[in-house]
Structures are given as C-alpha cells and as structure tokens.
Write a protein that binds this ligand. Structure first.
Ligand code: MG
Length: 445
C-alpha cells in the first residue's frame, strides 16, 4: 500500500484508540439531517477526437460545499438521459438522505415502472456515482476504501492500435510497447473497405463523413465481414512472428460477424492465445455463446452494451465468458459494478470494465475505484490522450505509468468539474455512422 494510505490508517487507528470505548465510531458520523437539495445535469462537449457529448450529474446537499459528481453519458441518447434525470428521477430524491445509496438506487430503478434500458440506466448510473462521491467526501475517504479497500496498488491496463495494414498495426504495437503497455488491443482494416471498427478510415471515407456531418446527417460506412474473418488470424500470426511475446494481444469483434462466423473465428484465433476475444456476438445471441464455449478455449469478454444487473446474467452463471465488460455509466453505476463483480467471483470470471473515450473521466475514475477494490480484477481499459479542453473541464483523470493506471486517495471519486469551463463547450448533436452492407442492408445481416 502507499505511504499515504498507511499514514491515514495509522491516524484512523489512533483516533479510534483515543475515543471513548463506549462510542468509538462517533468521529466518523455523517452530518446530521443531511439532505439532497438539488440534482443538476450538465451537458458539455469539450473538443476531443470524436466530439461526443458528456452528460454530467451534480448532486448538492444541505451541507454547504458538500456535493458529488457522476457521469450519465450515453452517446446517442444524451438529451433523453438529461430529461430522464431532470423530469423523472431527480424529483423523487430531493429531500432524501444522500447516504442511503442502496435505498435510492432501488427507488429510482423501480420508479418509472417501464424500467431498464440505456436511457434509464445511464441516468441512474450518473446519480449513483454522485451519491458514492458524496459518501466518500462525508467519510473523508476515497470510494475504493468504502468498497472494501485496495486489493491491489495499481491496475493493469491496455491501449488499442489499429492500422490499414499489418505493418501499420505492428508499428502501433511497438510504439505502445515502448510506452510500457503489456496488453494491446489490435484491429486491422479490410483493404477492400473504406472503413472498419477501430481502424483508420481512408481519406475518401473521411471526406464523405465530413460532408455528411456538415449536412447534419449520419454518415454511412460499408461493412462486409467475409474478408475480415480470414484476415484476423493472419494479423495475429504476423504479430507473433514480428513482436514475439513482448505483449499480450486482445481483439474486439464489436459484434460485426454472424454467429457462425464468430464460432469459426474464435477457433481460428485459438493458437495465438489472446488475452481475450471481445464482443464476438450480439448480446441477443445467448445460445451461440454456449456453442463457442463448448468448442474452443479462446477467452471471451462481453458486457459493454448491457444496461443492468439482470441483463446477460446467464453469461456469468453458466460461465460462458471469462471477462465482464459492463460499462459503469450504463449499467447502474458503482453499486451495480460491485454487485456484478461479486456475482462473477465464485465463477473465476474477471472484471474488465468498459473504458472508451466517449464516457467522461468521472466514469474512468469510478472504474478504477471499483477495480482497485474487487478481488477478481482482470484488466482496466483506459483511454489516455484526452485533449486539453477535457483536462480543462475535469480536475483529474486516472494516472498512467508503465502499463498500469491508478487514482489518488482524495476523498470521494477524486474528481471535480470546472462548470465555467464546461459551459464554454456546449452540447452539439453527434450522430454515429450507420453501418451497412454493400447492398444497403443495415448491419447486422
Ligand atoms: Mg467492445
């Protein structure tokens, strides 16, 4: 553990030892009659690579200066999430005790009756994170301490690299190895296509997308999976020949192939011993996860599109996956993340919380607090390389060093928001490209 943690532990022990024996917890008591006084939503779009909006939640309390921040970002539904919070959830918790995290979570989950889904659960996620932030500030402790304390000092992390061809991917891998990464996600473009998932588009595609956005519409990308399923094993073979075992590799299919292709591909990549094989199937195809599981040993990661504790639980209870990838900004926040990790623990399933660049640094901090505190941690995705505007709005991000990330021991989540800076970058409509086959059929199928 860090020296700071040891010092705090010592001081806490000394305080307890000095307190009257009849009431040793009196020093840690929460402020009396603490109430939620407001729940505000802040939409901001500080420029970064994709210009996506963040939906932030600020919960203020009756204690002057005591507030918490959460992240309710759900790309594609930002205004809906904001309205869900302001119109349908916030009024139910104004005046309530913010320390009752579990009570308020259950209250807000069942409040709409027609519950769950990405809008409701992202809204609830933002509120849950803000409540944990308040709880940590009241306790004077980082959130990971409230979740059971650190199980580890730092979190293994990974970065992605994608290229138009094998050599570009190889160069990207070598750059990340130089930066200390021990696990790297690799993606390669189909040379027959102008775009793909997590790979550079051609100049022609980029120009078409700029034109579509300028007209206020959604650009289109053409996707055909047949070449891709033959290309990926050859990429992995190339990388193993050129970089050897200098880094572990993982790959994200992003649900872009058919169930039968996924089964074949999971078997074809088996010799390259991936760290994990991510999102091989759409979440609706639970039955085909069983087929993959029974036919090959490639580790499977899944979960980023689930929106709650109950969705996809069979993947865990039937041990059909090896890593849970749920997004704490969509699944119900820190409270749900901790429960999912606990459900996974007896199955030996490890955590790998979703950590892309289109959720705010608040969720990245929340990811780290949960990851630090669970015994069955696997890896933590973290999108480094925020633009200056993002760093102007947010006071902190997880810190990267030599293949690992961690957070400070500030009380709560350890992150604040500069509201004046955020106001300089207002909401802008952002439409994701539509993915279509060459004959214009919307993917999948
Ligand atoms: Mg994924």
């Amino acid at each position: 553990m860090t020296p700071t943690t040891s010092r705090r532990t010592f001081l806490l022990s000394a305080a307890i030892a000095a307190a009257p024996l009849a009431c040793p917890r009196a020093e840690a008591k929460a402020p009396r009659n603490l109430k939620i006084t407001s729940v505000k939503v802040l939409l901001t779009n500080p420029p970064q690579s994709r210009n996506e909006n963040f939906v932030l939640v600020k919960i203020e309390t009756s204690e002057p200066g005591l507030y918490g921040w959460g992240d309710a970002t759900c790309t594609g539904s930002e205004l809906s999430v904001a309205k869900m919070i302001e119109e349908h959830l916030a009024p139910a918790i104004i005046g309530r005790d913010p320390m009752q995290t579990e009570n308020l979570w259950k209250t807000l989950y069942h409040l709409p009756y027609y519950r769950s889904g990405s809008v409701h659960m992202s809204a609830l996620s933002g509120i849950d994170m803000a409540l944990w932030d308040i709880k940590g500030k009241v306790a004077g402790l980082p959130v990971y301490e409230l979740l059971g304390g650190k199980v580890r000092d730092k979190l293994l992390t990974y970065r992605s690299t994608g290229g138009r061809d094998f050599k570009q991917v190889e160069d990207g891998v070598n750059k990340l190895i130089e930066l200390g990464y021990k696990v790297i996600k690799v993606q390669v473009a189909d040379p027959e296509l102008e775009a793909g998932y997590a790979v550079p588009s051609t100049a022609k595609q980029e120009a078409a997308e700029r034109e579509a956005y300028a007209k206020g519409g959604a650009p289109r990308q053409i996707w055909e999976p047949d070449n891709y399923v033959r290309l990926l094993p050859r990429l992995l073979e190339h990388l193993r020949k050129t970089i050897g075992d200098k880094a572990q590799l993982l790959h994200d299919v992003h649900e872009r192939i058919t169930p039968s292709q996924a089964i074949v591909l999971a078997k074809d990549v088996e010799p390259y011993k991936l760290f994990y094989f991510e999102d091989p199937l759409a979440p609706e195809n639970l039955d085909t996860f069983r087929i993959i599981r029974h036919q090959c040993s490639t580790p499977v990661a899944m979960g980023e599109v689930y929106t709650g504790l109950w969705e996809g639980k069979e993947l865990i209870t039937e041990h059909l996956i090896d890593y849970v990838r749920h997004d704490l900004a969509h699944v119900g926040g820190i409270s749900t993340g901790k429960k999912i990790a606990t459900l996974c623990e007896p199955y030996g399933i490890l955590t790998a919380w979703h950590g892309p660049g289109n959720i705010s640094p608040i969720t990245h901090m929340a990811n780290c607090h949960v990851s630090l505190s669970v015994p069955n941690f696997g890896i933590q995705e973290y999108a480094t390389g925020w633009g200056d505007a993002v760093l102007e709005v947010f006071s902190a991000t997880p810190k990267y060093a030599a293949g690992y990330v961690t957070v400070t021991d500030e009380p709560g989540l350890g992150i604040d928001v500069n509201e004046k800076a955020a106001a300089k970058y207002p909401y802008k409509r952002f439409l994701r490209p539509t993915i279509r086959r060459a004959d214009d059929t919307p993917w999948p199928y």
